[in-house]
Design a protein around this ligand. Structure first.
Ligand code: F3S
Length: 277
């Protein structure tokens, strides 16, 4: 039986990059969790002495601070720099982009609209770069209540939002206001994993989807795979593998949810390849 990995799976580019930075830095603290995966955060603490602080108030006396993938508010970053902490920035470049746009466009006199969740750390960070503040909205309906003071509007999106909803918001703005600058800051990583899983499931006769059973994006991957390959199974660890799934199969596809580290994936692939079919 051949084993084939999806062309895109598991951690996104920004998360992989942040983990590499943390591993290379060692003996440092992150302001807030580096990424949303506890197993990986524990591994970084145990193997690389990378600790997690709740927020900036715990950073006094820290030598090296790593900024997480979602970024932090501008003021917090400045406080860290001023307090002689060595700052290592692991903010995902796709998050830095809307931060820069907000700063630049608000300096140029544009009123800023952010499509996203005001309580999400990424959005809090992006909003902090808008010099005169920003309107954070979750849906097009909320826009009707926004009182704009300027005639120039710039709009960005939280990286994980749906393009279709962003289009509704930008269409509304364009039809109601004379000057609207639209910046598509949506990141495709999640959708890339889904597209790749679909392609893989079409050709495989058994698919193993690796990830947390409570992880919504893993469950979504599993249901996509099941649509094209009924013998698709969700596993959290190698213990969940059942040899009978692979009997008489020719091609086993493997994919993983966005919060699954490579080392778990490798371990499971190793186990699958040991199964006699
Ligand atoms: Fe990942 Fe960066 Fe996109 S952290 S989901 S690549 S915004």
């Amino acid at each position: 039986m051949k084993i084939k990995l999806a062309t895109s799976y598991g951690f996104c580019f920004g998360v992989k990059r942040a983990i590499k930075i943390a591993e290379n830095t060692q003996n440092a603290s992150t302001i807030g969790p580096l990424i949303h995966n506890n197993e990986e955060i524990n591994r970084l603490r145990e193997n690389f002495n990378v600790k997690t602080l709740h927020d900036i108030s715990e950073a006094s006396g820290v030598e090296k601070a790593i900024i997480r993938t979602h970024g932090i508010p501008k003021n917090d970053l400045e406080t860290l720099v001023q307090s002689n902490v060595e700052v290592i920035n692991a903010t995902c470049p796709y998050v830095t982009k809307p931060q820069e746009i907000c700063e630049k466009m608000s300096k140029e006199g544009y009123e800023i609209v952010i499509f996203g969740d005001a309580n999400h750390p990424e959005v809090k960070g992006v909003e902090s770069y808008a010099i005169h503040g920003a309107h954070v909205i979750q849906s097009v309906d909320e826009l009707a209540d926004v009182k704009f003071k300027r005639s120039k509007i710039a709009v960005v999106s939280q990286t994980t939002r749906k393009v279709s909803e962003f289009l509704e918001i930008t269409s509304y703005l364009i039809t109601h206001y004379k000057e609207v600058r639209v910046f598509n800051t949506i990141c495709n990583a999640t959708f890339e994993n889904q597209d790749a899983a679909r392609e893989l499931a079409k050709e495989a006769d058994v698919v193993v989807v690796i990830g947390g059973k409570n992880s919504s994006n893993t469950k979504q991957l599993h249901s996509i795979c099941k649509e094209y390959c009924p013998d698709s199974f969700l596993v959290e660890s190698e213990k969940d593998l059942d040899p009978s799934w692979f009997e008489g199969k020719m091609l086993c596809g493997v994919t993983a949810g966005a919060s699954t580290p490579d080392w778990i994936i490798e371990k499971i692939i190793g186990k699958i390849s040991e199964i006699k079919v």
